[in-house]
Design a binder for this molecule. Sequence first.
Ligand code: SAM
Length: 273
Amino acid sequence: DYRVNSRTLRYVPEESKDKVITDQEVLGALLKVFQALFLNDFHKQTDVVTVLPEAVKSAYQGLLAVQHRRVNPLENRHPQQINLKPEDILFKTLGFSVARATSSVLSAGRGVFVTKGLVPRGTVVSMYPGTVYQKYEPVFFQSIGNPFIFRCLDGTLIDGNDKGLSKVIYRSCSGRDRLGPLRMSDSTWLTPEIHNPLAVGQYVNNCSNDRAANVCYQEFDVPAIFPVELKQYLPNIAYSCDKQSPLRCVVLVALRDIKQGEELFSNYYTIVS
Ligand SMILES: C[S@@+](CC[C@H](N)C(=O)[O-])C[C@H]1O[C@@H](n2cnc3c(N)ncnc32)[C@H](O)[C@@H]1O
């Protein structure tokens, strides 16, 4: 593709075409984390809660009540507000947390580490945030010197750069797709205060001879049944508002058990032309 610098693109190698885990498992993991994030934030999201159907609202209230009773069985009438940080929610739900820090590879900039817990093999360990471009959409200016462009098997591109023009474009698309109080995507990965603790996958560094890949990319199309109140945690947005096709996301899946303190490495499979 002449419009983009192929040296900065990542390709999924042929042999990785088979999904490591099923779409159902990806969906399950995302729903688990997002639902916990939403419950943690429930009392602050009154505008969102108001527009939800009565049945959905009471389902969440039921879950909250159970949670409070588990935390403090004696205090039923005035439950204490427990507000955890997003990374603590991730630890509570999936058993690990991840964060960006200086890479263990010299002069590789930042990378992503398991900061707490253990990532079991076959777990969704992070998401690749960014604006999603269909292969025919113009991405020339956004792609100049941009090492954060991910290329899907079908040519769809995801621009995960959190600076400059890429950032402006993501923000503008995110604003466009709002439905009243309901946000259809998360833009906090562009700020230091990330709401979705998984949305750091664009910072994962490339594997090398002495650093084997311990995660791999897997595409995930958000199904129509995805709960509308949880879309606020999806760190992807389509460049053009096309109601027909599902939103493309990319998750990173652990290829083996990954311990606390380990850095994540993927296979960029950069094609050098
Ligand atoms: C998508 S970014 C990853 C995040 C990047 N390390 C940062 O701090 O912004 C890709 C860039 O990271 C660097 N990088 C990734 N893997 C590397 C490796 N194994 N050795 C050296 N540099 C690497 C290269 O500069 C590459 O263009």
